[in-house]
Write a protein that binds this ligand. Structure first.
Ligand code: SF4
Length: 377
């Protein structure tokens, strides 16, 4: 079933915080927050265009929902609650900050039927959080995550890579801290330098070095693999290509790409194919022509943008011809290799690929962190 969010963007004009990467203040200055009374019209317009049999959620995004006055929060929720009660939508979700969570707020959200809260944790490293001007600590995030789960509300954790003082090792430490909290989903955003932010000022002064696109893709790929092994869905990698982001001069620097998540998947497939080919090469050598078998939905991830994955394989392994073939027997994210005229293929499942990275010390081994070994990835 297709999942569709009806997004309600609440620019948080009153946000008292100063996260250095945030342009909400600028957006809030340009956009009026939709008054609660206008919400039904917006939701009805969306509902009219959504195909039947979709799983629909109403999602409040944009700022820190629970930092608004409680009466305003309830005014918004009162408008969307009837859609939930009538079964027109399956859920209500919102995003907020770790310090915007306490028992009173969760009681109120639960009363109105909010069933998913996404927390902007960004990092579980206090140095990174301080450098980002986030105004929260890893401990606050941990406590908030636990409280959300205690209330039986689904937990989403948002992480960022490339913040000042951040490193790939810290990103992977944050992944491990997040896994221990057992979130229901994760989003990962690369830090972008957006005009009008404090980060833009630091960047212009030469006091912040942005991640390159290949570096951001590589680290998010590692994070995705570790989360996948822990069976925690990564529901988004990279920012939604909004009008604001795509407008000229909005993004001054940083690894922006409208299909960032797809680049990450392609990077993973390339690494997985390399591991498979290296194993085959050391066993029997490689012929000049090979077939790579993938699940039908994974063809573009294996081929890569502008066929870059195939070009890299040809160059590294000295292969002349590669056919990428959809095969029903291959599960999503798995790969198989068929050499020349061979009948049998050699398979590398995603879980085996990740275990290989753990064994070689190329990823932090989280096998001890998860209660039982995943049966699927
Ligand atoms: S990221 Fe959220 S909390 Fe930070 S300044 Fe922006 S709206 Fe406020």
């Amino acid at each position: 079933m297709r999942h569709i969010n009806i997004p309600i963007f609440i620019p948080h004009a009153g946000c008292p915080f100063t996260c250095i990467f945030c342009n909400q203040r600028r957006i809030a200055a340009q956009l009026e927050a939709l008054p609660p009374a206008m919400i039904p019209e917006l939701v009805n317009t969306h509902l009219a265009t959504i195909p039947p049999h979709s799983e629909i959620e109403i999602a409040f995004f944009g700022g820190s929902f629970t930092m608004m006055d409680m009466s305003l929060q309830e005014a918004y929720l009162r408008e969307v609650s009837p859609y939930l009660q009538k079964g027109l939508v399956a859920g209500l979700r919102l995003s907020t900050r770790p310090d915007g969570i306490d028992a009173n707020i969760l009681e109120m959200l639960k009363k109105w039927g909010v069933d998913t809260i996404e927390l902007g944790v960004q990092s579980f490293d206090d140095q990174v959080l301080a450098a980002a001007g986030r105004g929260t600590t890893a401990r606050q995030a941990t406590v908030a995550c636990r409280l959300i789960k205690k209330y039986g509300i689904k937990l989403g954790i948002q992480l960022m890579v490339g913040l000042p003082a951040d490193t790939p090792d810290k990103d992977l430490d944050s992944v491990q801290a997040a896994i221990l909290l057992k979130p229901d989903m994760v989003r990962i955003y690369p830090t972008l330098v957006i005009a009008g932010t404090e980060l833009a000022y630091l960047w212009q002064q030469g006091r912040y070095q942005e991640l390159t696109l290949p570096d951001a893709v590589a680290i998010v790929a590692e994070m995705r693999l570790v989360f996948q092994y822990a069976e925690i869905p990564v529901i988004r990698m990279g920012l939604q290509p909004s009008q604001e982001l795509q407008s000229a001069h909005a993004v001054l620097a940083g690894p922006y790409h409208p299909a960032f998540g797809e680049l990450v998947e392609q990077n993973i497939f390339q690494r997985q194919a390399f591991q498979l080919l290296q194993a085959a090469q050391s066993e029997a050598g490689l012929p000049g022509s090979i077939e790579i078998l993938v699940n039908k939905g994974d063809i573009s991830k294996m081929v890569g943008q502008h066929r870059c994955n195939l070009a890299a394989i040809k160059e590294v392994f000295g292969i002349n011809k590669i056919n990428v073939i959809p095969a029903t027997e291959i599960e999503v994210d798995d790969l198989a290799l068929r050499l020349d005229d061979a009948i049998n293929s050699i398979t590398l499942k995603r879980a085996e690929f990740v275990q290989g990275l753990f064994d070689r010390g190329l990823l932090p081994d989280i096998r001890g962190l998860i209660a039982c070994k995943p049966t699927k990835t």
